[in-house]
Design a protein around this ligand. Sequence first.
Ligand SMILES: *[C@@H]1O[C@H](CO)[C@@H](O)[C@H](O)[C@H]1NC(C)=O
Ligand SMILES: *[C@@H]1O[C@H](CO)[C@@H](O)[C@H](O)[C@H]1NC(C)=O
Ligand SMILES: *[C@@H]1O[C@H](CO)[C@@H](O)[C@H](O)[C@H]1NC(C)=O
Ligand SMILES: *[C@@H]1O[C@H](CO)[C@@H](O)[C@H](O)[C@H]1NC(C)=O
Length: 415
Amino acid sequence: MAIRNYLFFVFLVNFCIFGELECQEATEKVLCEEGYCLRQIQAGACAATSPNCRFNNATGVALPSPTTCNCCDFCMPFIAENSPCSLGGPGEGTTIGRCADGLTCIDGMCQRMPASLSECHKRQDEFDQRQLDGEGGWLEERPACDGKGRFAPYVCVPTQTCFCQDEDGQRLFGEVLHSSRVTPQTMPCECSRRLHRLKASIDPGVRFPVDGPRCTADGNFYPVQCVGQICHCANKLTGVLEGKSVNVTEDKVSDLPCYDKDLDLFAAYNFDNFSSPCLEEKREKVALLQASIDQGYTVDYYNDVSDCHPDGTYGRVVVNNGTKICLDEWGKQIGHYQALPNTPEYDNMNCNCAVTSSIMAASLEQPVCCSNGNFRAVQCRRGRCRCVDQHGRQTETETYDVASLSCATEGWETC
Ligand SMILES: *[C@@H]1O[C@H](CO)[C@@H](O)[C@H](O)[C@H]1NC(C)=O
Ligand SMILES: *[C@@H]1O[C@H](CO)[C@@H](O)[C@H](O)[C@H]1NC(C)=O
Ligand SMILES: *[C@@H]1O[C@H](CO)[C@@H](O)[C@H](O)[C@H]1NC(C)=O
Ligand SMILES: *[C@@H]1O[C@H](CO)[C@@H](O)[C@H](O)[C@H]1NC(C)=O
């Protein structure tokens, strides 16, 4: 039971709901009671704020003031590239502010974070160099980095799809059609990323897969999130619980105003409690294992409890009667992609191309997939061919001469 409690704790802290109120009450009792700030401000104890925050926070960020009870307004200015900065320390002097997004303080100057500090900037530099050398591809996109030099929440393959990635550039759950509507504001991939962080931080010491938020196909939060028997409406982009909640032992999740039947992949199962076949199977297995442990058996088959996909499904690659096949989020088989056991096609099967094609169903220019639903290494478009990685991203310049491509190895046509 200890494990469960710990997991819920992490879950709640992540959603930041109950904790905050209590903290506030506790400090208010000591000093920051109502009126304290009013008296401070009237006494003129606040310093003038930097103007940097005035225009849409363009060159500064408003933060809680570093004064008692955060009474005053405070603006931390951003220092521009090639302007002096300080890391503090004896004899270094002080500057108020921090280097702007993507910059860091080197030798007393704000400079673009070097490749040695940022893998994302390193990839940008490599991309830029290849473009200069005429080696770039038409369908390659310059890697996008965030303000801390880490990878942006998603990456796009022009003419195909955009998919979520973590801060180190590893692909995560969440993929949508490539379009101008995909922006960091509409697809922050925060559900995928949070789930990924949650697993990375507790999985090593925990025997069973952890429960986390449920995500939608774009890596955002499902509009309903449940903690135990209580289900809440949640913000799709931030996951913050908001508005009404229901206790599913008494009421139905579908009573919530934010419940959307069109998004409910398991509506057909009539799970009033927001469960799914995979989640139920996982729950039963965990309960069985927990019971054996409680009875004193040494159980060493934890790995049998495989985790569900972030959307509550079994995943996109599933084993059906020994054969692997590709499924879409609704559990429908995609095409005739399959692989038989004990073949390399089976072991490497990721269905990335099959899933991308199903998302691009309405497009006339579909990628070519291998028989197991993976991307074929050679993709051709309008007469020219290019090499792609396992996610369909172009890796070298396109050419009319397929044979000259590094990926056009023996038998590339029939993979
Ligand atoms: C500036 O940033 C603060 C804190 O992030 C935010 O509350 C405020 O709305 C922002 N102001 C503008 C004009 O964007
Ligand atoms: C939900 O309802 C059940 C049945 O009325 C009750 O036993 C349980 O304590 C409730 N759960 C919460 C967290 O309120
Ligand atoms: C959810 O509902 C299903 C079907 O009503 C039931 O079999 C299952 O035990 C419930 N799961 C939980 C976690 O309450
Ligand atoms: C599973 O495979 C076996 C052997 O290939 C076959 O006899 C059986 O009919 C298959 N079952 C289903 C449900 O497809």
